[in-house]
Ligand binder design. Structure first.
Ligand code: PMP
Length: 323
């Protein structure tokens, strides 16, 4: 779908997957005016195909667009476009067995051709999709996380709450530093605000305390309002945990692990749903979680997946049938 200033959204098209034709001066290629979303379609046992909280993705897309001076796309148009693509591509939604799904990537780019720093007056919204396999093909394993306060992903007043490409480009250097230390993800600490735990490169982070608290950094405008994060807070409460969203300093976070206040940790996002964390590493040392069986983490993970794959009643009314 194209947007042109003065004309609004127009010319919706469905075309076979293939290369895009963009002018070399397209603003997105130079000034990064771009946003995206990540969501999935799930096939249930009876063959039906469902989306999980698609309006939340649509709302977050509007938030991202506003931050990046991109035009507003109404949530119903966003969801309609996603539904249409999933309907056309329904045969590519894998069978219910395992954790297969159809990954959906809606995105909006400044396609106007001009060199200069201003909001584009021609923008393109696109949706692509691809089948994906289970994140943990050989069973759920704990991962190690690299903790950095040397690199910031997005600072106060920045673009952290927007899902824009630049955030990910900015986080790569820290992620690769993490790889060098045997870690699969990096956790960012907001240093300017004196030591506040934020999120991972592409996931939100949670701690489980010995007394049953499910703790995650509060939404501060510098981190992404994860849909998995929000769902886990609700599901966790249903499982008898106490959801807590608050400020966490790196010191409290890591000391709490060392002292056994926090017994499990996990990260979450649409791709992996929930990934248990074995330990954290930084320039200053290493912190291992006590609960290496990830018992509570796996319980939450199964509860979320059971809703997504229709194996349990959808009490929260999160699913939307497409086919
Ligand atoms: N934080 C960041 C930086 C992310 O890229 C993602 C993945 N979209 C998340 C958190 C988790 O968000 P969600 O649960 O909506 O996938």
């Amino acid at each position: 779908i194209t947007w042109t200033k003065g004309q609004g959204w127009h010319s919706p098209k469905v075309v076979p997957y293939g290369p895009l034709s963009l002018d070399p001066s397209a603003a997105v290629l130079h000034y990064g005016q771009e946003i995206f979303e990540g969501m999935k379609a799930y096939r249930h046992e009876d063959g039906s195909v469902w989306l999980f909280r698609p309006e939340r993705n649509g709302e977050r897309f509007r938030t991202s667009a506003a931050r990046m001076m991109l035009p507003d796309l109404p949530v119903d148009l966003f969801v309609q476009a996603v539904r249409e693509l999933v309907t056309i591509d329904a045969r590519y939604v894998p069978e219910a067995a395992g954790e297969h799904s159809l990954y959906i990537r809606p995105f909006m780019i400044a396609s106007e051709a001009f060199l200069g720093v201003r909001a584009a007056e021609e923008v393109t919204f696109l949706v692509i999709a691809s089948p994906v396999g289970p994140y943990f093909a050989e069973g759920v394993k704990g991962v190690d996380i690299w903790v950095t306060d040397k690199w910031a992903r997005a600072g106060v007043g920045g673009t952290g709450a927007a899902k824009c490409g630049g955030n990910y480009a900015a986080s790569l250097i820290a992620q690769y530093e993490g790889y060098e230390h045997g870690c699969t993800q990096v956790m960012f600490i907001e240093a300017a605000e004196k030591d506040r735990v934020e999120e991972l490169g592409g996931m939100n982070v949670f701690l489980i305390s010995a007394d049953g608290q499910l703790v995650t950094p509060a939404l501060t405008g510098t981190i992404l309002d994860g849909i998995t994060r929000d769902s886990i807070l609700a599901v966790g409460e249903q499982l008898g945990l106490t959801p807590v969203e608050r400020r966490l300093s790196a010191q409290e976070f890591l000391d709490g692990i060392a002292e056994g206040t926090f017994v499990e940790a996990f990260c979450c996002g649409t791709a992996a749903v929930i990934s248990p964390i074995s330990g954290f590493k930084s320039e200053r040392g290493e912190w291992r979680l006590k609960g290496q069986d990830f018992a509570t983490t796996v319980r939450i993970r199964d509860a979320v997946l059971d809703i997504q794959y229709g194996r349990t009643p959808d009490r929260f009314d999160w699913l939307q049938r497409v086919v």
